[in-house]
Design a protein around this ligand. Sequence first.
Ligand code: TIU
Length: 220
Amino acid sequence: MKTIVAQPFDFTFDPAHLALVVIDMQRDFIEPGGFGATLGNDVSLLARIVPTVGRLLEAFRKAGLPIIHTRECHRPDLSDCPPAKRLRGKPSMRIGDEGPMGRILVSGEPGADIVPALAAKPGETVLDKPGKGAFYATPLGEILAERRITHLVFAGVTTEVCVQTTMREANDRGFECLLAEDATESYFPEFKKAALDMIRAQGAIVGWTATVAEIETALR
Ligand code: TIU
């Protein structure tokens, strides 16, 4: 067993049953001209965590542990994008519209891909998801069960939307969950802080948080 110094208390795990889930580090959220920008957000905040997520990926690669990357995107015919998502709000471009990185949040388009610095390596799983949670309408549960994974480390964007939703889904499915606090980001710093606080409050009601440095130390 190994231990990560974490909040609100230490996170203990068997490396044979640990995996990393990197949520939606896609050009559509992180680069100008994508989905995040169409919603009116300053995407530069998210770009800043790319090197930290890279360090976390390297730590898991060196340790030989499973890595799952998710991408939020939809089929080209948008049959998996309900009006409740596509027609929400007044974005400058909607999901499926043609933007500078191809059609917004559509699978196979340049914008839907993971930023080049964090691209998946051979043997890593890349999972497309139509919702905020990575378990909804995907085989993630089956993939983790096949590998006998019980403990998950999370990173990615955005903290209070797809990351928190996925952690809550994972917690309900019985996984012990830890969020890498400096490898996740929100367009709203106050929402990131609130999400971290609510995840680890009440005795880790949803899960733990720890820095990438603490995770690296434990995996070394
Ligand atoms: N808008 C926002 O903060 N997030 C999303 O729409 N998706 C993810 O968090 N991946």
